[in-house]
Design a protein around this ligand. Sequence first.
Ligand code: UGA
Length: 434
Amino acid sequence: MEIAVIGTGYVGLVSGACFADSGNRVTCVDIDAAKVEALCRGEVPIYEPGLEEMVKHNLSVHRLMFTTDLASAVEPAEVVYLAVGTPQGDDGSADLSALWKVVEQIAPHLQKDAVLVTKSTVPVGTNARIYGMLKELTGRDCEVASNPEFLKEGAAIDDFVKPDRVVVGVRSDRAADVLRQLYEPFLRTEHPFLVMTPESAEMTKYVANALLATKISFINEMANLCERMGGDINDVRRGIGHDSRIGFAFLFPGVGYGGSCFPKDVRALSAMATDLGVEPRILLAVDEVNTCQKQVMIEKLDKHFGGKLSGKTIAIWGLAFKPRTDDIREAPALVLIDHLLEEGAKVQVHDPEAMDNVRKIYGNKITLCDLEMEALAGADALCIMTEWNDYKRPDWDEMASLLRAPVIFDGRNLYEPERMQSRGFTYYSVGRPG
Ligand code: UGA
């Protein structure tokens, strides 16, 4: 099939590369000329395992193209994917200005039978508005569909080629058939292709992310209670997870969720509800608990140092909002760094992938270390913010000799409290006896 993908952000780039890899001819469009030039050379601007290799291979066999020329990409396309950003606006709602602009620009170039598919996360009702807008601009009933994306950063390719399910929201059987054909190579019996209305598909995306965020805020609150009441959240997690109605997934306590999706989508769904005069009580609580969770480690640090962080050196391992990505959007580590700098502490950080992005924010206000052990030199404590594998089996003796004091604040529960005690560390973790 001939496909155009508008927007080469995370979702657009991964979708474009995977559709090309499964035998389609895909042209990806972006307004950022420098980015397009780099992509034409096979240089991928984000860190995502396997993506660069896939882009390079499909460029070389001419199944994947990049351009800034919207018209030339859209004109031959049987399917046009919209994957432009829908960032959070000032009031928490999704900002759709980029999307409307693109719809207006592509309208005169759309083939009569083309299916226009939204992959960007958009408020419920957006597909209907796109349909109305295209009718006005072209005078035709255009095929529009919603096909929300459920991929996780760091595992995006795997998620795309082996989706748990594919959800499409369509207005006609033809649009469903076109999309089914496109996804055929990725579907298995146990991974269904679910057809519904555009509104249900749009809502599915928000509900999935809101529920996952709710699980995290819930377990974080329970972990905080365990700390006060004496339980160990790891044991509690095992205790509840074996109940098949509950399960184990997405119930790891930590320093709060970050990234470009959960915070934005929970707030956008809240804003939609509020607009309709409905108080989204659970969503508001999920967001508030998460904001507070990003402070929990800070409170522990303040308590440990008696509120005197000024002049202290604090090491941080992990800056990305989660492992296997260089993404630092809404990362809990940034909240910690801001606090430490405000208090006059010296900050030494390490992350296997996210250092360039952090450098862009803090410049030389913090020390960026190429090796994790370098970050510990002379530090009064270590804070672990991201559970990179690199941090799971450190050399304890080297750590103890580098740190000025053997104190660890572990926001991801990487180590066993009892063993840490016997290794001579003062060890704080989340929801476990300290
Ligand atoms: C999330 C969803 O998982 C994807 O299904 C969805 O497609 C995507 O958003 C999106 O809307 O585009 P992602 O933001 O890549 O994917 O990251 P997750 O792996 O879901 O992690 C989000 C945050 O939750 C991270 O900060 C992570 O550390 C935290 N988390 C996750 C926990 O604190 N505990 C857990 O048990 C799981």
